[in-house]
Design a protein around this ligand. Sequence first.
Ligand SMILES: [Zn+2]
Length: 65
Amino acid sequence: MPNLNEFFDKKPEEVKEKPYELEYLNGVRACSKCDEDVTGAYWDPIELFMSWKCSKGHDTVFRVV
Ligand SMILES: [Zn+2]
């Protein structure tokens, strides 16, 4: 018998991509590609970078080194 619980516990790939929560940051930041002001950003506490996306779909990533 296959283990049905194991099957149903599987999650789609995009959900498994980050096994932890990104923190939401308030504030306004400029898009790096079109200078649009973007409200809010996400902080990745493991890989140490901030990212935000403007309404045109440009991703801006700010890595803390
Ligand atoms: Zn943009």
